[in-house]
Write a new protein. Sequence first.
Length: 696
Amino acid sequence: MKKLMPALLACCVAAYAGSALAGDDYWNADLYSSIEKKVKASEPSFPNATFKVLDKKYAGLVSDMYEEYFVSDGKDGHKKMTQKVQDYTLAIQTAIDDANKAGGGTVVVPAQQGATRDQPTVYYTGSLEIKSNVNLHLEEGVELRFVRNISNKYYPMVLTSFEGLDTYNYASPIRAFHAKNIALTGKGTLNPQADAYNWQGWKKGTFGFEKQSDVVDVLVKQWSDQAVPVERRLLTDGVTPVPERIPTMKVDFDNIEQVTYVDAPKDVKPLRSLLRPCTVETYACENVLIEGVRIINSPMWEVHPLRSRNIWVRNLEIDSHGHNNDGVNPESCQYVLIENSSFSTGDDCIAIKSGKNRDGYNRGKVGGEPCGNIIIRNNVFADGHGGVTMGSECTGGISNVFAHDNHFDSLELQQVLRFKTNSYRGGLIENIYFKDNTVATCSNALMYGETQYTLGSAQDKEGDLGPYTPQLRDVYMSNITAGKPDSPVKAKNAILWKAYERAPMTDINVRDVTVYGVKNAITLQNVKDFTLENVRISLEDTPADLVTYNTVEIDLDDVKLTAAGKDYELEEDETLTMPDGFDKQKDVVISGTLETEDSAFAEGKGTVNAFLDRGILEPGSKAPVIKPYPAEVKSLGNGKYSFTVSVPLTDKPDYQYAYRPDTEAENMKPGNHILSLVATGLTHDQNTWNYRVICK
């Protein structure tokens, strides 16, 4: 007997007896231990040598400069201002270079006696590059204040990425490139001074600034979509010449410090950049420690490990609320530990990524570079779009993520656990473990998954028209408490999962979860094998009145296709090949039986719909029309039901969604059909099962 879908059965409970810890089937302890050991064994260590930025040998490298920045003009625009400051860029960078050349050591940026966070010792500087075997240490009371002169003099053109798209752009304020055994430590502050008039105005073109979408459109539609080599994607300040030699994307993970350079193309005119850099970025680095620092006023993402390995992030304080101010974003990284940190951000607090669209798929090798083997523990999350997020740039895939013993509390936090992707980004997200977490408040949903994510900004394409099938599977959530009987969590939803009909989320498991006071309990759309066990939810008007949700199976059996009086058995994991000329039939009949205790079917409200070839294009339309063919469902008694539906087969389907490029050609052949069945039990579309019919 084949399981089609589970449904939800709600029943009231008299009292709450407490949650049991998740068992081994909800937690891969061996994998968790191996990740932790790998990261800890790779913690960088440094020689005892110390290089102090205020030593006499570096004093002559400090110079006066005029910082240029913008403020409001008193109307709707901006005006330029200047102030004279001391520039420590060369002094700090030379100390880093000296430590690197000496075989390693710690570069100390000292605080004056009595300095505090509120009255810090300020060092104005441009971008700084940490090199192999160097620990850049900021003493408590130090503030690195990165100058607002947006030019390649202070932020050189480097190889990086912008929202998962590979390009050359402004260097991050703190950066490492093909480095090994590095650290950024101390209790000092990183302050890039971004605000509405400096860096951030580019996001939407506010206060008279140009908007970044003008450049992003080129990056996406001309460069990425058309597979323009990354070495030709040059973004500069529009004045500074491009270096004679530029690094390529080639990374040898067995020799991370090796960099491959090529001559910069002479026939390419650089485009003036409007893209903001991240505050801290490690590109192709290994054995990285980022510890203790505070980050404020970030232009973009705050901490961005990119194509790196063995990363330990701990004891950070991230408090930055500008556009796209994600907290920690490991992208195409392996073996990451994020712990004991606090987040209050203008976007996702932690967002795991692996490249975007075609760039993500082609990064490193066909299929992309996945991000995985990540532990997130003992953190505190306040404001943000998502607490622990996967996506939306996840084309290379994400796997093996563990998040436990974290606390979430803010009505400015939209989602606690968040998944987001679409068919332009695709990606396989799997093996996600989320347990022993507590939530006081959030605004939208505790558990939120959307594989049909659209943002509506210039770089996003609306609708299910992309070449990459998004996949989300094997998610385990257990022992989670949200709110209290006398202090509701106040979220709109407890659980909200939405997927394409053709690509359902699969194997989503939720156990021992208690949620007090939400507006809606559970909303599901195209979710397959969704298991609820001892999930207790109360609504906002009665926060102490818990209702228990458990799954009820719906089994599918004897599915067959009938044409010209002959029956053909359909099996999801097998291909049905039909005789010559079969696709000339006007209609075929799909039928089968259901067995379930779902009350919706008993009340005559359960439905089964068939979808053929996922959609058709109407004349003059760019968006596919998803047309369901409703089945007739009849009760057979004792919880058994029959269903029958007629669907048309043709030799040339009007439109088929594409899969990943390696299978796209096969799926698009005339006469190849994908038949999908979707059942609705209770009030939720649960999942889709696909059958492949080949007409010769």
